[in-house]
Design a binder for this molecule. Structure first.
Ligand code: GDD
Length: 319
């Protein structure tokens, strides 16, 4: 029986990955952090046949106990303080959650389930403003993070490589570029924009406040990206991988297309708010995923347009 343990199981990626692994016949276990509003705890996963445990990445005791109980064959470490902007307001918490916890997780995995494979959710934010002369980021691009979040992910990335080499383990990094869906938290820019557009269309609000609209992101769909996570873990050898669409668009482009789907012009509604400007900005992301596509035979199904269309439709039905 293949047994997966997913940290961050109730997040966007955790929920899609759970569904995908259940479909593949896995027994799926996940760690949930206690939340004071119980209703918000498991909204994305409450219909799934999975087993959850209360725990926290920063609580080594809970990690130890859960690993001992589950003895997984695959661990997907998706849990994190995942908001780049907020990481500058809580840098220490970000490092504790995203970096220090990875040491505990890898040490415990090594001791408790030595054959277990580990997937680490690494991030394109690790590159900061480094970009190769052809306009792409790839595994060889220098990592120069521009946020506490990016710094924390570089540390975790290197720890995974270290444990893989030092102890001969099947520990992998997936460097995922931005990936979205209707399940995206609404303080990330894509879902904030789409949800606001629907509320504007339904005359519930009359403006959308954003920060920097000129940064560019390489956006894919979470459902496609969790399939890449699984392929990474099934490859013949452990490695690091880029998962991206290879196309870049600005926040402005995103707004223009998303507003056009409901016959509105973004210029009439989007206002600037300094509050959303970050101390440092990552300007352009565009990932070269050619090796991942070729060796893992990974093929995303969504396009930039179909992803936004699905998000609009979701909020149109929901609000
Ligand atoms: N969140 C947010 N809110 N971002 C805004 C806003 C706003 O009101 N206005 C402009 N932006 C800009 C940000 O400055 C950034 O340039 C861009 O929109 C994308 O922001 P996010 O959607 O918050 O994503 P991110 O790129 O910072 O981080 C995401 O992608 C990483 C992979 O590169 C997160 O999912 C990270 O966890 C992930 O690792």
């Amino acid at each position: 029986m293949r047994k997966a343990l997913i940290t961050g199981i109730n997040g966007q990626d955790g929920s899609y990955l759970s569904e995908f692994l259940i479909g593949k016949g896995y027994e799926v276990h996940g760690i949930l952090r206690r939340h004071s509003v119980a209703e918000n705890q498991d909204a994305r996963i409450n219909s799934l046949d999975i087993k959850t445990y209360y725990g926290d990445l920063t609580d080594e005791v809970s990690l130890f106990k859960i690993l001992k109980e589950v003895k997984p064959t695959e661990i997907y470490n998706l849990g994190a303080m995942s908001h780049v902007g907020i990481s500058s307001q809580m840098p220490a918490f970000t490092i504790k959650t995203n970096s220090l916890s990875v040491i505990s997780l890898l040490e415990f995995a090594k001791e408790i389930c030595p054959e277990c494979k580990v997937y680490q959710a690494s991030s394109s934010e690790m590159f900061g403003n480094s970009i190769d002369s052809d306009g792409f980021q790839r595994l060889t691009t220098p990592m120069n993070p521009v946020s506490p979040y990016g710094c924390s992910k570089v540390m975790a990335y290197n720890l995974v490589k270290y444990y893989r080499q030092a102890y001969n383990k099947f520990y992998c990094n997936g460097i995922l570029f931005n990936h979205e869906s209707p399940r995206r938290g609404s303080n990330f820019v894509t879902n904030k924009v789409v949800k606001s557009i629907v509320m504007i269309k339904k005359k519930l609000i009359n403006k959308l406040e954003l920060g920097n609209m000129d940064s560019q992101r390489d956006w894919g769909h979470s459902q496609d990206y969790v399939e890449a996570m699984h392929l990474i873990m099934q490859y013949k050898s452990p490695n690091d991988w880029i998962v991206s669409m290879g196309e870049t668009r600005s926040i402005r482009d995103f707004c223009e297309y998303a507003f056009s789907l409901v016959n509105l012009n973004y210029l009439d509604y989007v206002k600037h708010n300094e509050k959303y400007i970050r101390p440092l900005e990552l300007d352009v992301l565009r990932g070269d995923s050619s090796k991942t596509r070729k060796l893992l035979n990974w093929k995303p199904k969504y396009t930039f347009e179909s992803m936004i269309e699905e998000m609009i439709e979701y909020w149109m039905n929901k609000i």
